[in-house]
Design a binder for this molecule. Structure first.
Ligand code: GLN
Ligand code: ZN
Length: 763
């Protein structure tokens, strides 16, 4: 009989209870007991929510991050917090966020430390705390967190399946601080894993889920060998291991994964349905095969009948060896669709959040166990919903399809090559050497937020709202003029979020109220739902930008979010290739760009903050993604006249491997994040010289610190070693919306002074 289980459940709570509890604890407004009690309540709720599954995950609940949890389980804390006051939870938050709580009792001695580095969890928008290794790193088991949660689960009467991160993935996710070989630590790490598994077995555990998602990436011989070593050493442990892979295809690691000495293997059958049959041929006859057949990363209903058509013969063949689950952890989807009473009813009928996905799993299991007739009504309802979605006029807009079909290569090309454009732009804009600008947003003050929420709630009318936003725009423009910046921005006061703002105005998008997904720690994002063909009923930014331009003689930069970023930060429809959806977004943004140009906006920035994070996990697939992503940007941006200067902005510094693709976008100016990495990024230019203008960020806006002019001068000088001064801009790393005016004014004063000093030096 088919077994059903879940890999991990979202831990934030359906109403983000954990977020609020954490933030209140950190501020010193609530007690640690209250926080612990809330954690226990959420775990209990989540196990109850998973009733009906044969195995439920234990240990997937986390106060901050599952990788950090694993570091603590392995007794692996950065040296800088060892020997500190307080207990493990204090140190846990110190590593997570630099301090344990607001009223840190030991401010003087061990209060604040550098927080652990964060980076993206595979190709998701979730960030984990990077384990820090050195050649001397040692490990020591601390199973207390897992055992405590296990005892709770057992007391609640669920069938517990502890979830841990496997040793090879754990090493792969970490960073060797001293450039030592991380793999050399495996030998020290494995005895701790063995001890952990033994301890769990002693507490009655039968199955342990051991996550090794790096099996879906390209592994060299050493890393493949590490898998063999690790699992042969762990095979004597008295528990059954379910080795879990997800987010992609095993491909050339399939043989390795199938033959590791474990009791079961979980694969992502949503990403790789074609890989399942070949895998069956490789899998030893005693092993469990867990198929992730429900998409754990997206929010659409599963086509249950189609899955059953495919599963029934497999179930026949595998019998008890077949397990079913979502494709990956449900951390990446919101909790409960039932809360969404304001969501458009038609769109809502097409969706499934975490709880609804588990219901789907149960329907599949019943169909396999008792025959489809036992769930005939459920299957019929599912079929009807999917039919309706396919046929909906909200999804299908023939005019949009015709416009996409009519895209020509010419639409992605500027009229003239860069050098010609640059000369015309220089004549028109008359900018000094080292021109200064900002990335778009100015501080989102409490007043701005209040005005926006009052408007949304209908407490103020459109005219009052417009007046409030105009006042903010005027304030930003005046401030920029006083600062002496060269290219101004309107400040984005009217934007709650750079994706949501556009999504709300585009046809084809819907918004949830509670569709939050954890991004890191207590932070969540609410990705908009891109469900249908995308069109732009009317101009989205022109009126605000035109108003801003009317206040000043300096050039005002129009500010848009690019098609690739709109795509990568949304829940995207699954009924057509992402590349096609991206082309639709590109046409919508192109229309906005041309409207801005018509309104005499001569500098237009199109942010592609999320271009890099859309890269596939396997390098072999990068080219294909970059081809359509770059093409989408070009379609959006390149319809303008030579005189219009196109900027783009990206918020990261790992450019080396995609530099050529970024150059192909052919923006006149690119602004990027570099200040933290000390212009490290510019090393990329050694091998590939970026042909157009570039603004390497000199002000780290993620920090409240005010950079000194001297520091910024040094950074720009460093940049000038690689990029000719005539092509350098001076700007912050990113937008200023999370900062305070009191920080922004002095920082930008220094930035403008730095540019002036450099100009004086040059002449
Ligand atoms: N224009 C946006 C801003 O200034 C860019 C934000 C981003 O790159 N994440 O806020
Ligand atoms: Zn940015």
């Amino acid at each position: 009989m088919t077994t059903i289980h879940n890999l991990s459940f979202p831990r934030m709570g359906a109403r983000r209870e954990l977020k609020f509890a954490l933030e209140s604890y950190w501020k010193g407004e609530s007690s640690r007991d209250a926080l612990q009690a809330l954690g226990a309540r959420l775990r209990q709720q989540h196990w109850a929510d998973q009733a009906g599954l044969d195995w439920v995950p234990v240990g997937d609940f986390s106060f901050y991050d599952q990788v950090l949890d694993m570091s603590f389980t392995l007794g692996h804390l950065p040296e800088r917090v060892q020997g500190f006051h307080g207990d493990a939870l204090d140190n846990y938050f110190r590593v997570a966020r630099g301090r344990s709580a607001h009223a840190e009792a030991h401010q003087g001695c061990c209060g604040g430390v550098a927080a652990g580095e964060m980076t993206k969890w595979f190709d998701t928008n979730y960030h984990y705390i990077v384990p820090e290794f050195t050649a001397g790193t040692t490990f020591k088991l601390d199973a207390s967190r897992l055992l405590a949660q296990l005892a709770e689960a057992q007391a609640q009467g669920v069938m517990p399946k502890p979830v841990i991160i496997g040793p090879v993935t754990y090493l792969a996710l970490g960073k060797a601080k001293d450039d030592s070989d991380k793999l050399a630590l495996l030998e020290r790490l494995l005895p701790v894993y063995a001890e952990l598994l033994g301890t769990l077995a002693a507490h009655g555990v039968q199955w342990v889920q051991i996550d090794e998602p790096i099996l879906v990436t390209e592994l060299d011989a050493d890393w493949q060998h590490a898998f063999t070593t690790a699992y042969h050493q762990l095979k004597a442990c008295p528990v059954k291991l379910l080795l879990a892979t997800y987010f992609g295809q095993l491909q050339d690691n399939a043989y390795l994964a199938a033959n590791l000495p474990v009791a079961g293997l979980h694969v992502d059958a949503v990403n790789d349905p074609g890989g399942v049959l070949p895998l069956l041929g490789l899998l030893p006859a005693h092993k469990v095969l867990s198929l992730g057949v429900i998409n754990g990363r997206n929010i659409w209903k599963t086509d249950l009948n189609a899955v059953l058509d495919w599963l029934e013969p497999l179930a026949e063949r595998l019998g008890d060896r077949l397990w079913l689950a979502p494709s990956c952890s449900l951390l990446h989807v919101p909790v409960d669709l039932a809360q969404e009473q304001q969501l458009d009813a038609e769109v809502r009928s097409w969706l499934a959040f975490a709880l609804q996905k588990l219901d789907e799993l149960k329907i599949l299991a019943r169909a396999l166990r008792q025959g489809r007739a036992a769930v005939a009504a459920e299957l019929a309802a599912n079929h009807a919903a999917l039919q309706a979605r396919r046929a909906s006029l909200r999804v299908n807009n023939p005019a949009v399809r015709a416009a996409v079909a009519a895209i020509t290569a010419d639409m992605g090309r500027r009229q003239s090559p860069y050098a010609r454009r640059a000369a015309k732009q220089a004549a028109l804009l008359r900018l000094p050497l080292y021109p200064t600008t900002t990335i778009g947003s100015f501080p989102q003050t409490a007043e701005i937020r209040q005005a926006r929420s009052a408007f949304k709630a209908g407490r103020i009318d459109p005219a009052a709202y417009q007046a409030a936003m105009r006042a903010e725009i005027e304030r930003s423009v005046r401030a920029q003029e006083e600062l002496g910046l060269d290219v101004l921005v309107h400040g984005e006061a009217e934007r709650n979020d750079m994706v949501e703002y556009f999504g709300e105005q585009l046809a084809g998008y819907a918004f949830s109220q509670f569709g939050w997904v954890q991004s890191y720690g207590s932070r969540c994002v609410k990705p908009p739902i891109l469900f249908g063909d995308i069109s732009r009923p009317r101009a989205m930014t022109v009126a605000w930008t035109r108003f801003a331009q009317s206040l000043t003689d300096k050039p005002m930069k129009g500010m848009l979010t690019g098609p690739v970023t709109l795509l990568n930060w949304s829940f995207v429809r699954d009924d057509q290739p992402r590349a096609d959806t991206c082309r639709q977004l590109a046409l919508a943004i192109r229309a906005e760009v041309l409207d801005l140009e018509q309104a005499r906006v001569r500098v237009i920035q199109i942010d592609e903050a999320a271009l890099r994070e859309g890269l596939p996990l396997r390098r072999a697939q990068w080219r294909q993604y970059l081809d359509w992503a770059v093409q989408a940007f070009r379609i959006a941006a390149n319809g303008v006249d030579d005189e219009t200067q196109v900027h783009t902005h990206m918020c990261y510094s790992e450019f080396n491997d995609i530099m050529a693709a970024i150059a192909e976008m052919d923006a006149d100016v690119i602004t990027i994040e570099t200040s933290r990495s000390d212009m490290e990024l510019l090393a990329a230019f050694e091998h590939f010289s970026y042909p157009n203008q570039i603004g390497p960020g000199v002000y780290d806006i993620h920090s409240p610190n005010i950079p000194a002019a001297q520091h910024m001068i040094a950074l720009i000088k460093k940049a000038a070693e690689r990029v000719p001064a005539e092509r350098l801009w001076v700007n912050p790393d990113c937008g200023l919306k999370t900062r305070q005016w009191a920080e922004v004014i002095p920082a930008l004063t220094h930035m403008v002074a730095a540019a002036k000093a450099l100009r004086a030096h040059a002449s």
